[in-house]
Design a binder for this molecule. Structure first.
Ligand code: CA
Length: 543
C-alpha cells in the first residue's frame, strides 16, 4: 500500500529529468512549472528508533555456574528481569575471547569468551531474548586487536608474515604521539607498531583491503550465522589515520559509508551504533549513512551536568545544537557508560537527582541506552574495573551476583541496601521509576518519535521541552533544584498547537496541570502549576 506514492514520486522524478530536453533553446528559459507535490510517504520507522537499550558487561551481570564470573546463562536467567524493566534491546560489551578482563583486546573474532560460556550458551541466550522480543547487539572492536591475536603474534618481528600488512609499522620512531599519548610502540626485533590506545592493542591497517574483507566476514558471521541484531562499533572515529590525524579522517568516513552499504545489503534491519567519543549533534551529521546512530555524548553530559549543577544551561545548549544539526533526533543517548564514573556517583548518591536524570533521558529525543545497574542507582568511580562491578541483585554475599566465595571483583559497598530485591516492591524506588518512564515512553510515540521544541522557562532551575507528533503533544517540566520554584513561566513563540484553550492531563507527576491557552500558535507565560516542588517531574499530555 505504500507502493503508489513511491511510483508517483518516480514518475515525477522522470518527468523532471526530461524537462530540460523539451525546452526550446531560442526562447528565454520558461519558469519551472511547479509540479504537484506528492504527499511525502512516511518512512516506516526502524526498530531501533523506538527502542530502549540496556548495556551489559557480561562479566558483571549474573554468574550462573558459581565461578565468580558473569556469563551468558546468567543473562538468560535474568531476561525476565530485563523484560520487567521494559527494555527492547541489549548491548553486550565484548563477548569474544580476549586478553584483558574488559574484552576490548580480542584474540578471536569468530568465537565467544569461554569464561562467559559456549557458543551454544550464547545462541540459547539470543534465542530466549528473541522469544521475549528483546534484540541483542554486540560490541565489535574493529580498530585494533590484542597483541596476542594470532595475526599480530605472527606479524610482530616477522616482515614476511602474511599478516604483516594487517598492522601499521615504522622502521624508526615517527616522533609524534596519538590523541591519547604514546601511539608508536617498540616492535619485536626493532622498529615500531601503531596502537592508538596502548601497546596491548595494535591498530589494524584498514588501508589494506584484506583487513576490510576479513571484518566484512566477521560481520556476516555474527549477523547471518549467529543471528545477532547489530553491533556497537568501538572506537569508530580512529579507524584510519591520515598522517598524524587520527580522528574522523575522510578515509575513516569513506570506510564506514562502504561498511554501511555492506551490512544493510546483508540485512536492512541490522543496526550499528558507533562510539565517536565526545561527539555531539554536529558530528552525528557527518556519520549519516555511515552508521544508524552514533552516541550523543554532548546530550549525555548536558543532562548529567544540568542535573548535577541544578541549572538548565548545559542541557539547553545541547538541545540547541541538536535542533540545529540533528533535529530528527537520530542518535543514541545515555547518561554515563562503562568508560565514565557512574552517574549515581556523580550525583553523590542522591536518588532525587538520579530520578530527574532518568526522566530527562527517557523523555528526550534519541534512542536511550541504560547502563546496567543505573536503574537501581549503583555507584562507582574510576579506575575502570570499579565502574564495572557486579550487579547488585540482593542483600546476600557478593550482592547475590555469584554463589562463589569470591566474585571476580567485589560489588560496591552499599549493596545491602541498594539492590534489585529491595527496590522491586517499593513503588517509590528508582527501579520502579525507570519502569514507569520506560512504559510511558513506549505508550506515547511523541516521546520517541516526536519533534522537539525547547521551552523558555524564565528560571535556570527549570527544564522544559515539548515533544509533538501530528496527533500527540507532550510537555515535560522539571524542577532541577532542591528548592520550591514559583518564579517561572513557560514560553514558546511558535508551536503547532491550534489556538484556543487546550486541556491537559498529567501522565507523570502529582496534581492536575492548568489548562493551556494558545494564541497565534504561541505559548505565553504558561504555568502548569503555581509551584514546582523540589526535583518535581511533570509529564503532561496536551489535548
Ligand atoms: Ca560463571
Amino acid at each position: 500500500m505504500k507502493k503508489q506514492p513511491i511510483l508517483l514520486l518516480l514518475i515525477l522524478t522522470l518527468l523532471g529529468a526530461c524537462a530540460p530536453a523539451a525546452a526550446t533553446p531560442t526562447l528565454p528559459p520558461a519558469p519551472p512549472t511547479p509540479l504537484p507535490q506528492p504527499t511525502p510517504t512516511p518512512q516506516p520507522r526502524s526498530w531501533w528508533q523506538d527502542a530502549v537499550f540496556y548495556e551489559i558487561f557480561v562479566r558483571s551481570f549474573y554468574d550462573s555456574d558459581g565461578d565468580g564470573i558473569g556469563d551468558f546463562n546468567g543473562i538468560t536467567q535474568k531476561l525476565d528481569y530485563l523484560s520487567s524493566l521494559g527494555i527492547d534491546a541489549i548491548w553486550l560489551m565484548p563477548i569474544n575471547p580476549a586478553t584483558s578482563y574488559h574484552g576490548y583486546d580480542v584474540t578471536n573474532y569468530y568465537a565467544v569468551n569461554p569464561e562467559y560460556g559456549s557458543m551454544d550458551d550464547f545462541k540459547a541466550m539470543l534465542n530466549q531474548a528473541h522469544q521475549r522480543g528483546i534484540r541483542i547487539i554486540i560490541d565489535l572492536v574493529l580498530n585494533h586487536t590484542s597483541v596476542e591475536h594470532p595475526w599480530f603474534a605472527d606479524a610482530n618481528g616477522n616482515p614476511n608474515s602474511p599478516y604483516r600488512n594487517w598492522y601499521l609499522w615504522a622502521d624508526s620512531y615517527p616522533g609524534y604521539n596519538g590523541p591519547f599519548g604514546t601511539a608508536w610502540h617498540a616492535a619485536k626485533g626493532g622498529g615500531y607498531y601503531y596502537g592508538v590506545f596502548w601497546s596491548g592493542m595494535p591498530d589494524l591497517n584498514y588501508t589494506n583491503p584484506e583487513v576490510t574483507a576479513e571484518m566484512y566476514q566477521v560481520t556476516r558471521y555474527w549477523l547471518q550465522d549467529i543471528g545477532v541484531d547489530g553491533f556497537r562499533i568501538d572506537a569508530a572515529r580512529h579507524l584510519i589515520e591520515e598522517g598524524q590525524k587520527a580522528s574522523d579522517t575522510p578515509a575513516t568516513l569513506q570506510w564506514f559509508a562502504d561498511y554501511y552499504q555492506f551490512y544493510k545489503n546483508l540485512d536492512p534491519n541490522a543496526y550499528t551504533v558507533s562510539e565517536i567519543y565526545g561527539a555531539g549533534a554536529l558530528i552525528a551529521k557527518n556519520y549519516i549513512g555511515r552508521a544508524d546512530h552514533i552516541f550523543n555524548f554532548e546530550l549525555a553530559s548536558g543532562i548529567v551536568n544540568s542535573v548535577n549543577g541544578e541549572a538548565n544551561s548545559s542541557i539547553t545548549s545541547a538541545i540547541k545544537f541538536m535542533l540545529k544539526d540533528k533535529p530528527d533526533g537520530q542518535f543514541a543517548t545515555f547518561l554515563t557508560n562503562h568508560d565514565q564514573d557512574r552517574v549515581m556517583s556523580v550525583f553523590s548518591g542522591k536518588v532525587e537527582k538520579a530520578k530527574v536524570a532518568a526522566a530527562m533521558l527517557l523523555t528526550a529525543p534519541g534512542t536511550p541506552f541504560i547502563y546496567y545497574g543505573e536503574e537501581i542507582g549503583m555507584q562507582g568511580r574510576k579506575p575502570d574495573p570499579d565502574i564495572r562491578r557486579p550487579m547488585q541483585w540482593r542483600d546476600a554475599p557478593n550482592a547475590g551476583f555469584t554463589s562463589a566465595p569470591q566474585a571476580w571483583r567485589d560489588p560496591f559497598g552499599d549493596y545491602a541496601t541498594v539492590n534489585v530485591a529491595a527496590q522491586e516492591n517499593d513503588p517509590a524506588s528508582l527501579l520502579n521509576h525507570y519502569r514507569t518512564l520506560i512504559a510511558l515512553r513506549k505508550a506515547h510515540p511523541a516521546l520517541s518519535a516526536g519533534n522537539t521544541a525547547l521551552m523558555e522557562s524564565g528560571n535556570r532551575g527549570v527544564y522544559s521541552i515539548l515533544r509533538s507528533t501530528g496527533s500527540e503533544r507532550i510537555l515535560v517540566v522539571i524542577n532541577l533544584t532542591g528548592a520550591l520554584i514559583s518564579d517561572y513561566a513557560l514560553n514558546l513563540s511558535q508551536s503547532d498547537l491550534p489556538d484556543g484553550v487546550r486541556t491537559t492531563q498529567a501522565l507523570f507527576g502529582n496534581g492536575q496541570p492548568a489548562n493551556l491557552t494558545i494564541a497565534n500558535g504561541a505559548i505565553d507565560a504558561y504555568q502548569p502549576f503555581a509551584e514546582l516542588a523540589p526535583y518535581a517531574i511533570h509529564i503532561i499530555s496536551i489535548k
